[in-house]
Structure formats: C-alpha cells, structure tokens
Design a protein around this ligand. Structure first.
Ligand code: NAD
Length: 259
C-alpha cells in the first residue's frame, strides 16, 4: 500500500503574522496540506476569542509539523533569522509575507512616526522578507514561491488611510519588481489582495478603531470574508497549478474590484 501524500509534503513554509487572522488560517491550511510551517509573529497566542490554541500547536495536534519563531517583521535581522531557521527543515520553499498593522490618520493629522511604523511593518518587511527568501532559494537552486498580502487598499484610496493605503500600494509594486527579478531563478512572486476580512486588524492596538467605514457593506457580496475564505488562494498560488503565474495580484474581495 502506498503512503498517503499531501500536496505540500516535504515543503517548508514561513508565514509572517501567522498567529492571528488571515496568516493563522494560511498557516493551518499549509499544515493540513503536509507542509512544515514556521509561524513568524510577535506573539505566539492568537488575538481574539476564537480557538486560542497557538497556530503551531494546533497544526501539531492535527498531525502536522510546525514551529513558532518570535519575529518582529519591522526588524530586518528578525526576518533574516527566520529564513535561516527554515534551513533546519531543508530551507524555505514558500515565503508568505503577511504580517501587517492598521493605524488610522488623515494627511492633516498623521504624525511621521506613525507613518514610518506602518511602512516598516507592512511594506519594508515585504522587501526584506522577499529579499531574504529569494536569496536563500536561489542559493539552494530551488524554484520557490513568495506570496505577499496586499489589499484592495493597494489600489483603492480611502480617507483616513494616509499611512495604510500607501504601504499596501508599495506591496503591489514590490511584488511586480521582485517577480521580474526572480523569474530567471524560477522563483514566482505573487500577491493576494483581500477585501474586508473579519479579523483583529481594524483596531488601533488598544481595542479602539479609527477605521470608520465598513467596507464589508460596500462590496457586491455585502459582507466581510472569513480568514478561511482568503487562505485557499495562498495554497493555489504556491501550488503546481500556478506554475505559470507570477507578478500577479489575486483579488479575493467579494467583487470589490469591479467598482
Ligand atoms: P490580524 O491583526 O488578525 O493579524 C495580523 C498578525 O500580524 C497578528 O498576528 C500580529 O501579531 C502580526 N503582526 C503585527 N505586527 C507584526 C510585526 N511587527 N512582526 C510580526 N508580526 C506582526 O490581521 P489580518 O487581517 O489577519 O492581517 C493580515 C494581513 O492582511 C495584513 O497585512 C493586512 O494588512 C492584510 N489585510 C487585511 C484585511 C482585513 O480586512 N482584515 C484586508 C486586506 C488586507
């Protein structure tokens, strides 16, 4: 009898921001599909009330292989360290640059420190994470996949988003430049652009929210997605079925981009 194989058996996947929300769902799905998962986040425990078991423990409980690596993506050395840590498991095959924060503020009231904090966490981290993973994949000669979490905010501006929207626009273009530069090495770089998702991000770190519009009411489907409805697109982009897809931004947005 042949052993049951799963799609990502023998692959090592790093998911930044993997302790909560979209990253948590992505990490679980890769774990369920056989991957060795490195959950790279500030915190081991998820935010919110939903199943508080840390992601890596949940994956291990279900028969997968997973490790938590304490990581602050706004610190370049932390990202380099997590890519190095993946070498213990054969090296990174799939890098998911997903961690992000939202801080509200208009052009007229946002301070430069907040702008920098959002940019460093959301956008500069994608540059550093993509660079570290791509170099490692190229050094090992593997055809890897890098997937960045963009947003409908990468292309659609909102008032009060003077830091967040530019940081997400940068991810869209970083994805395209990286796709161009990695193509020769057979490393694909893509982005997922979620519409509104029911997660913790829309709080300003203290439980309050300065994100006043409810985009969930503004897409044709008239609701927010669950993180699980977003996660499958990452597995698709990392799979053999997407072997000719690079530099693409995949909207998973309930039709928001139609408007
Ligand atoms: P979330 O708050 O549930 O999860 C974000 C995770 O990132 C948390 O686990 C948090 O600890 C981690 N994180 C934050 N700063 C970090 C840092 N400096 N280093 C390491 N980890 C850090 O939110 P989410 O909605 O799941 O967000 C994930 C991504 O999806 C973000 O990039 C966000 O911009 C993007 N996104 C979210 C939505 C939405 O409506 N929720 C829509 C489009 C895009």
């Amino acid at each position: 009898m042949t052993a049951h194989t799963r799609e990502f058996d023998d692959e090592t996947v790093i998911v930044t921001g993997g302790s909560s929300g979209i990253g948590r769902a992505v990490a679980r799905r890769f774990g369920d599909a056989g991957a060795t998962v490195l959950v790279a986040d500030l915190n081991e425990s998820p935010k919110g009330d939903e199943d508080r078991l840390p992601t890596h423990e949940r994956i291990e409980r279900d028969g997968g292989t997973a490790t938590f690596v304490e990581t602050d993506v706004s610190r370049p050395t932390d990202l380099e360290t997590v890519v190095e840590a993946a070498r213990e498991f054969g090296g990174v095959d799939v890098m998911v640059n997903n961690a992000g924060i939202f801080r509200g503020g208009s052009l007229f009231d946002l301070d430069v420190e907040t702008f920098d904090a959002v940019y460093e966490t959301n956008a500069r981290s994608v540059f550093v994470g993509t660079q570290a993973a791509a170099k490692d994949m190229a050094d090992r000669g593997v055809s890897g996949s890098i997937i960045n979490t963009a947003s409908i905010s990468s292309e659609y501006a909102q008032t009060g988003h003077a830091a967040y929207d530019p940081s997400k626009a940068a991810i869209m273009m970083l994805t395209r430049v990286a796709a161009l530069e990695c193509a020769d090495a057979d490393i694909r770089v893509n982005a997922v652009a979620p519409g509104p998702v029911a997660t913790q991000i829309n709080t300003d770190g203290d439980g309050s929210s300065s994100n006043t519009r409810d985009l969930g009411k503004e897409n044709p489907m008239g609701r927010r997605a669950s993180p699980d409805e977003i996660a499958g697109s990452y597995l698709f982009l990392a799979s053999e079925d997407a072997s000719f897809i690079t530099g693409h931004m995949l909207y998973v947005d309930g039709g928001h981009a139609i408007y």
